[in-house]
Design a binder for this molecule. Structure first.
Ligand code: AHR
Length: 314
């Protein structure tokens, strides 16, 4: 352990690169692609890093294997975007024992011992869910449907992922405030377009009168919209079904401009520079904030979307 630290120290003094292992969730969504790109463009040799990137294909066991391989390769830092919240203690203890600092990004972990990681940076998923609920309440109110019975379904994200858990919880908090909102069903679309479409197809068969579909990411919404159209129904501001989602990727703006998607609640994927800042502080022995939430907005069809889209980075 001592020699590992000594190596890392002398390596950096010689002007060597800082080696970072990134255990990424997968490539399930546009958001994830933007997140990967943010890491790959930040952790470059030019910037003083060597990035070892691993795509876990949405499987926790693959991420655990990747972390173990980073430990074996004696990287300087391990970054994890954990696919699910639980089940990480053992492997993080192994990293701690090897003296390798761990930084969490995007999704969170549920850990009994917070000293197993240095810091986490990401979106506030509960808040995103609540913002969605508040937006829906105002939208329905403006349509004169504030007291109507509203039938909803949710296409959830990967079950057990903090993005799923948080968004569902945020929406649940708002459901409690509206006794006329009925959540008919919730099923996972695994944060993918294909599964989102499949789940929506089955919802449309089971429930003839859906007013709102909440998709826990934009890609699921794109699949849901295809399913709605295939069933001969319409959606968006002038349609039969209100569709809302999370992330606010460029394609979601295009979908709103087309009139299919009603609103998207932002989740910012550009964590590469944020994680680099944490690493730079740790390198200097500076204090880092343990939990770092990123500011997030929302977008709907009442806005000047074409103009906003011009400046969107993802
Ligand atoms: O953890 C962030 C979520 O993961 C994003 O909402 C989703 O698109 C991605 O798959």
């Amino acid at each position: 352990e001592e020699s590992k630290e000594a190596d890392a120290g002398s390596g950096k003094a010689d002007g060597d690169l800082i080696t970072v292992g990134y255990a990424q969730v997968g490539a399930e969504s546009d958001w994830r692609t933007a997140n990967t790109e943010s890491f790959k463009s930040t952790f470059t040799e030019e910037n003083g890093y060597k990035l070892i990137f691993d795509d876990a294909q949405q499987k926790q066991e693959n991420q655990i294997k990747a972390i173990r391989s980073f430990i074996q390769q004696e990287v300087d830092y391990i970054v994890v975007a954990p696919v699910v919240e639980t089940g990480w203690e053992t492997v993080l203890e192994e990293a701690k024992e090897a003296g390798i600092p761990v930084i969490l990004s995007d999704r969170q972990m549920q850990l009994s011992d917070d000293s197993l990681y240095e810091a986490w940076v990401g979106g506030n998923f509960v808040k995103e869910g609540e913002t969605c609920g508040d937006w829906l309440a105002k939208y329905l109110e403006d349509q004169g449907r504030g007291d109507e019975e509203i039938n909803m379904v949710t296409i959830q994200g990967t079950i057990g992922a903090s993005a799923q858990v948080g968004r569902t919880e945020g929406m649940d908090n708002k459901l409690k405030e509206h006794s006329n909102w009925k959540m008919l069903d919730r099923q996972s679309g695994e944060f993918t377009q294909a599964k989102g479409q499949e789940v929506m197809e089955s919802f449309l068969k089971s429930y003839p009168d859906i007013d709102v579909v909440i998709c826990e990411n934009d890609n699921e919404a794109f699949g849901a919209i295809d399913a709605i159209h295939a069933a001969g129904k319409t959606c968006g501001p002038d349609g039969d079904i209100i569709v809302v989602s999370f992330d606010s990727v460029k394609a979601a703006f295009e979908s709103m401009i087309k009139g299919d998607l009603n609103a998207t609640f932002e989740c910012n994927p550009l964590h590469g520079p944020r994680v680099a800042e944490i690493i730079q502080k740790l390198e200097k022995g500076e204090q880092v904030d343990k939990i770092q939430y990123v500011d997030e907005a929302y977008f709907d069809t009442s806005m000047d979307l074409e103009n906003i889209l011009k400046d969107r980075a993802y």
